[in-house]
Design a protein around this ligand. Sequence first.
Ligand SMILES: [Zn+2]
Length: 456
Amino acid sequence: MVDVQAYLDAQREKDLDKLFEFLRIPSVSALSQHKRDMLRAAEWLVRELEELGMQNVRKIDAGGHPIVYAERIEDPALPTALIYGHYDVQPVDPEALWTTPPFEPNIRNGRIYARGASDDKGQVFMHMRALKAHLATRGRLPLNVRLVIEGEEEVGSESLARYVESAPELKADVVVISDTSMPAIDAPAICYSLRGIAVLEMTVRGAASDLHSGLFGGAVPNPLHELARLVASLHDDAGRVNVPGFYDDVLPLTAEERAMLARLPFDEEEYKASLGLKELYGEAGYTTIERIGARPTLELNGMWGGFQGEGSKTVIPAEAHAKITCRLVPDQDPEKIADLVASALAERAHPSVTVDVRRGHGGAPWICSPDDPAIQAGMRALEQAFAASPLLMRMGGSIPVVGNLDRVLRAPIVLMGFALPTDQVHAPDENFSLQAFDKGSLALALYWDELARALA
Ligand SMILES: [Zn+2]
């Protein structure tokens, strides 16, 4: 530990200069005007990865922005870790709201300000620092490492999804991703579960065309009324989703896990105030942290139909629409849930209308046992680097690539991220704490030793 820590400390200024070089490249994947910058960022990575001692470094063309691949196979008998990250960033507008220009990195109040500083170029660079610390001080890594850094995370990871399906070189015993956050600088964390998603759009149809409410009202169905009634039927008064079978495959929280989640730092009053809410709303019998991370939901995202212009119009609309998404938890299946919701709606609909449910994209939920040796090794590395007790948490959102990697590699995935809630990710003045940069780099360097021991 002493050697890599001393090396990281000694290299810090030089490394910050290097990171600033990387951050100056405006690698905005969503905008075609930055196509060349995407290539520059990928080439920058290739150069740096070669220089720090990685092997077989190359750009991979999988249709979109290049994927950067690198590996260092010390000994085929050793376990192999796969590091995933992304070099693309979100667009910067509204640019006027940035205190300093988004691609002119600078340090203020102990933070690095730049687009990508936190999400995810800063964290990709920390992995490179950690690998370099091992190679420069010991000439080798304690295990085999592969690196995959994509350029389309912010636009859907399409190329990566294709590449993962057909890339034998990706075989690994564990996947490590630093693209999540921790609750506070003195509360490092590993995320061990993400929610999945099922997407639906429903259309309720009545008469063949809009009708005059005076000439027909009272004798025909009103699709808006039916839509409202059906949508209201999807929850009960306790905030539970009222769809038969919806909870059948939900892994129940154990008493031990509930106790662990209850230890996460969370102030409900502060939370309510920050949201401008007098009261929270959710499934009875669960805490806010459990509702977000460990329980499934069904949310109405939009409802429309009928006349919405100025004044009034006495019309009975022919159609009404709603958009619905369900956030799913292990072991719910997106397709099965979409089917259950669609059948419940069809069964409940009045015979005078038709209900048509279209399914959108789905994503499976993901969980890795917090007891997995790869996660426990991460907890030990975090504890040493941050001199604080690390936490285990679930996240309510989804990271699609985690689902892809999980399905194809069937290996534990360790989400060890170092962003802070104050990082302004995706927003003006994105920043990354220097403390997180220093302690996180050390944690990653220590992790390789801990992981090699745990998997030996
Ligand atoms: Zn990210």
